[in-house]
Design a protein around this ligand. Structure first.
Ligand code: FAD
Ligand code: A2P
Length: 375
């Protein structure tokens, strides 16, 4: 028999169970509700990311069609996004093997300038590059503080297909730095190391770097090149890309524009890659023009050393006719010291055409048509 008190006590004893069941239902529902809110939040965020992307792409596409021809800066940047950079950094450089290292100079030349080729085929990731880029070289040994030498940059003198057209080498054009100090001849660390290395030696390579000296894609572009000494390095790569038969078969870039090289060297015996350049002149007389300034054998109108800026002045009219064409790009590479001279010559040459060089140069730069790499 149940007494009334027992029934009440029994009923009360169920209350915690009921509360527990109620609490369980509530939290489960809350958790699900929370999950649902989170999920819809994520979905919203994803949607947010996707949408502007779509808009950005379509805007860029429209810009390609609608942008005025002179404002090409954004397009240039976009195009360069796929150019390889810093595949190898100083902490983990690639050790390339020297394939060849030979002098580019003739009997009676001043100094030492070598053409050096490295094998890249074992690099993993593969060290690829395009014309106009540079690589870093870390010379063996230590500096005066017992630290490893810092890297030095060198312009790449080969096309991406390499001198043997197999696409797995890189070549440089290096002048040994030498100067006199306190009656002593000082040899530059890295340039001497590079001029002395032998086939089979291993060299620490970084990069590639640089997007300043890239060629345009257009086959009907005009390319004006102003080089002193080893400043010819990137120009050699451009000219091989334009005029070297096997390279042309590989690259499928059918250059139809005009290439004009102004080359500064101290003596005829110092002219670099001269036989190749003469061959291009014979093979492509309509597309290639080659103007030399041989400083210690020729004189300018003032009786001083003949520099490329003197040649620029002589050709002012023809040169500025080309520059006025928006398909023309100008590349300047070599001695930093030539920059003021070139600027002065361009100012005078522009004046003769009624143009203002100080206004024109930034415009050319902005349009990605004025390319400078001096050192
Ligand atoms: P270092 O031992 O580093 O000595 C150089 C230092 O010596 C100078 O910093 C200066 O302090 C001192 N010095 C130099 N000359 C004198 C002087 N007359 N009197 C007193 N002190 C002096 N070089 C090439 O040969 N070919 C290239 O294609 C090339 N491309 C380059 C591309 C880029 C983007 C840059 C930035 C440089 C390029 N260089 C190139 C130059 C190269 O990087 C080195 O600077 C050069 O080889 C000298 O390095 P080094 O180690 O031999 O000289
Ligand atoms: P120079 O040395 O006779 O004064 P390299 O690197 O083989 O020495 O060649 C560099 C060339 O650039 C040389 O003919 C050199 O002439 C020339 N050069 C030197 N200084 C300038 C300058 N400020 N502007 C243009 N060319 C220059």
């Amino acid at each position: 028999m149940y007494s009334q008190a027992k029934v009440i006590a029994g009923g009360l004893a169920h209350i915690p169970v009921v509360i527990a069941v109620f609490y369980f239902i509530l939290t489960t529902f809350n958790k699900r509700a929370l999950k649902f809110v989170e999920a819809s939040k994520t979905k919203k965020t994803e949607a947010k990311v996707v949408e502007p992307k779509k808009i950005a792409v379509s805007k860029a596409e429209t810009a390609k069609i609608e942008a005025p021809k002179t404002d090409t800066t954004k397009l240039v940047k976009k195009k360069h996004a796929d150019v390889p950079v810093n595949i190898y950094r100083p902490k983990t450089p690639y050790e390339g093997t020297v394939i060849e290292n030979y002098s580019l100079l003739k009997e009676g030349a001043i100094g030492r300038v070598n053409h050096i080729t490295f094998d890249l085929k074992d690099s993993d990731p593969f060290l690829n590059y395009v014309e106009g880029q540079s690589i870093g070289i870390m010379p063996a040994g230590e500096d005066a503080n017992g630290k490893p030498h810092k890297l030095r940059l060198y312009s790449i003198a080969s096309t991406r297909h390499g001198d043997d057209f197999n696409g797995n080498t890189v070549s440089l054009c290096v002048r040994q730095l030498q100067y006199e100090k306190d009656g002593q001849t000082i040899n530059g660390v890295c340039s001497t190391y590079l001029c002395d290395i032998k086939p089979g030696d291993k060299v620490k390579i970084t990069g590639p770097v640089g997007k300043e000296m890239l060629l345009p894609d257009e086959e009907d572009a005009n390319i004006v090149m102003l080089a002193t000494g080893t400043g010819i390095a990137p120009m050699r790569a451009y000219l091989r890309r334009m005029f070297e038969a096997t390279e042309k078969e590989k690259n499928k870039w059918n250059f139809k524009g005009k290439a004009w090289l102004f080359m500064g060297a101290p003596k005829s015996a110092n002219l670099l890659y001269e036989e190749d350049l003469q061959r291009y002149l014979t093979d492509y007389p309509e597309n290639f023009k080659y103007t030399k300034a041989i400083s210690r054998e020729q004189q300018n109108t003032k009786g001083g050393r003949m520099y490329i800026q003197d040649r620029v002045l002589e050709s002012a009219n023809e040169l500025f006719n080309m520059i006025e064409d928006e398909k023309t790009h100008i590349y300047l590479c070599g001695l930093k010291g030539m920059e003021p001279g070139i600027d002065e010559a361009m100012t005078k040459a522009a004046e003769e055409k009624g143009l203002n060089w100080s206004e024109l140069r930034p415009q050319l730069k902005k349009a990605g048509r004025w390319h400078v790499e001096t050192y």
